[in-house]
Design a binder for this molecule. Structure first.
Ligand code: AGP
Length: 610
């Protein structure tokens, strides 16, 4: 949510800042801005709109200078506008700040500043920080000291980058609850809220921890704690295993399409070295648990937000089916607020592609505070949730840029299948059933490629239904989370209203909505509920509702108006494959309606605010 970029070095800063912003735009895209020092004052350019609007605005692209800060915004305090765009400055145009996160005592700070005669020019929480830092500079000539002291007055979360126009050779950055990563170059330093903005320049990075501050100059950096009595933290750069190509479109029209297509390779990566034919089980060394500890687990609770929560529902089903351990899933955003009873013998699984979702991170912290055992199922290595959990299963989906999650979700389900298999095999799952799951997992990548090969047919269906005012997604038991994810994806990228419903519940009310204008996507796995699902289709058809059946059962074409066929691998793995056509359906509906699929309105890739 929001993106920060900074540069100090020997190059012209503006091209580096604009390129970095462009790469972070998926994190927030309602306004953008940058600031550079010039003769003891600031040059600030900002605008409502996208990074390209900033680039095209006036003289932005040609501003000279070797140091600068920049931001792309997702509005929290104050509507998207030029005035509310970052950077924000103090009255004398000396201090510029860009900020991710939320200042909780913003109103109080703004009132105090107003009482002192400061004229605030934006509605944001961030502007107050610029004025506080400037005031501290009356008492110290160290920018780092001024930022540290000013931040002692700020309650809330921040990734903060500060420029002082009178010190054009240094930048100060601080972190509390919102990610900041430093990129170490040769005689130059980069700052970003996400490695995506850095990998084109360097793979040597330093992840700041919460409560840390850093001062950067072209020739290096120093880090220390933010407390009143600072201690050096002596961070050493690590090398990240990501290349610039991982963040490029590579010939695809957009990232959502690219990431859908990458799923077979992403699954192969997630499975590599983790399947064990000798014992028909999975190897998940990152769990740091031996067989005795795995056997002692009383229940498994999956926690995630949005689509990650639906993946957790699939995980809970897999654990119950394969390991016969009670398992549930719950939105992390609700869990953290309802004073949960924490079972010390339970295994809690925090699920997150970004590893930065604030609600999920807060749920992990609440669990740990109460003595709960939490592992992460996280895609972004080095992210806050991964580090907070300390143990878990990395998803290995590769960078996911499109706001709509696709390949990371598939790899969540793959990972939960391996977890369920491992838990099952230390309990009562037979070797034969274990091997059936191992073989099924190995067959998933080819099945995904086969599905994506049918894209043209799904695109044609999508074009016919894209103008519907609303759609139902119907599924039961194994297919219920699939239906929820299908509805979520359609809403998210096409803005067509969609509602997921359990097939079994349809007749208890929502059937009243069925008419020829209301299409239903019915998920029909080839399982013990097949006859009941066919019955549901008949009930919808009898009321004139168009039906798109998504199935791996051997059903005739006449069963529905449209049938999307899905390969079979093993019944437990069906939901994973049944989800993929729904990604393509949503994607092609969005294209048919002319939507910006990678950057849906009002959304951002990682939700680092409440
Ligand atoms: C998925 O398409 C959505 N963009 C969203 O629901 C997402 O899954 C959710 O915000 C959780 O994100 P995370 O996996 O990064 O924690």
């Amino acid at each position: 949510m929001c993106g920060i970029v900074g540069y100090v070095g020997h190059r012209q800063a503006v091209p580096v800042l604009l390129e970095g912003l462009h790469r972070l735009e998926y994190r927030g895209y309602d306004s953008a801005g940058l600031a550079l020092p010039y003769r003891g004052k600031l040059r600030v350019r900002k605008t409502q709109g996208r990074v390209k609007d900033l680039r095209d605005k006036g003289d932005t692209a040609t501003l000279p200078g070797n140091v600068g800060i920049a931001h792309t915004r997702w509005a929290t305090h104050g509507e998207p506008s030029d005035a509310n765009a970052h950077p924000h400055t103090d009255t004398s145009s000396r201090i510029a700040v860009v900020h991710n996160g939320i200042v909780e005592n913003a109103e109080q700070l703004r009132s105090e500043l107003t009482a002192l005669g400061v004229q605030l020019v934006s509605d944001t929480d961030t502007e107050a920080i610029a004025h506080l830092i400037a005031a501290e500079l009356d008492a110290t000539d160290s920018l780092e000291a001024a930022v540290r002291t000013a931040l002692h007055r700020v309650q809330g979360t921040y990734g903060l980058l500060v420029l002082d126009a009178r010190r054009p050779d240094e930048l100060v950055v601080a972190r509390n609850g919102s990610p900041i990563v430093l990129g170490v170059g040769d005689g130059e330093m980069f700052i970003a809220s996400d490695v995506a903005a850095l990998v084109h320049h360097t793979q040597r990075v330093v992840f700041l921890d919460d409560g840390e501050i850093a001062t950067l100059r072209a020739d290096g950096f120093r880090t220390s704690t933010l407390g009143a009595e600072p201690e050096q933290t002596d961070k050493v750069p690590t090398t990240i295993d990501m290349a610039a190509e991982d963040y490029a479109l590579g010939g695809y029209p957009d990232f959502m399409r690219k990431e859908i297509a990458e799923q077979s390779e992403a699954v192969r990566r997630a499975l590599r070295g983790r399947l064990d034919d000798r014992f028909a089980t999975a190897r998940l060394g990152g769990l740091n648990m031996d067989a005795r500890e795995l056997r002692g687990i009383s229940k498994v609770v999956f926690l995630g937000c949005g689509s990650a929560y639906y993946a957790g529902q699939l995980g809970a089903q897999l654990v119950e089916e394969l390991a016969r351990i009670p398992a549930t899933a719950e939105p992390a955003s609700e869990f953290r607020y309802r004073n949960p009873v924490v079972d010390p013998d339970a295994l809690y699984v925090a699920i997150s592609q970004s590893g930065e979702t604030l609600d999920t991170l807060a749920a992990v912290q609440e669990l740990q505070r109460k003595g709960g055992r939490v592992i992460g199922a996280v895609n972004a290595v080095g992210s806050a949730i991964a580090r907070q959990c300390g143990a878990g299963v990395f998803l290995h989906a590769g960078p996911e840029i499109s706001v709509a999650s696709t390949k990371a979700l598939t790899n969540m389900t793959v990972s939960f299948t391996m977890l369920a298999l491992l838990l099952g095999r230390v309990r009562d799952l037979s070797a034969a059933d274990g091997q059936r799951i191992v073989d099924g997992l190995r067959a998933v990548p080819d099945a995904i490629d086969q599905l994506i090969g049918d894209e043209a047919a799904i695109a044609e269906i999508a074009q016919r239904y894209a103008k519907a005012r609303s759609m139902f997604f119907i599924g039961r038991v194994r297919a219920w989370p699939v239906a929820r994810e299908g509805a979520q994806k359609l809403k998210e990228v096409s803005y067509v209203h969609a509602e997921a419903y359990q097939a079994s519940e349809l007749k208890h009310g929502p059937l009243a909505l069925i008419d020829p204008e209301m299409p239903s996507v019915v998920i029909v796995p080839d399982d013990e509920l097949l006859a009941k699902n066919i019955n549901t289709i008949e009930q919808i058809k009898a009321r004139g509702g168009p039906v798109i059946a998504v199935t791996n059962a051997d059903l005739p074409d006449s069963i529905a108006d449209d049938v999307i066929r899905v390969p079979k691998v093993a019944p437990e793995l069906d939901p994973m494959l049944l989800t993929i056509p729904l990604q393509l359906l949503a994607y092609h509906c969005a294209l048919a309606l002319g939507r910006d699929v990678d950057k849906p309105r009002n959304l951002a890739k990682s939700v680092t605010v409440e």
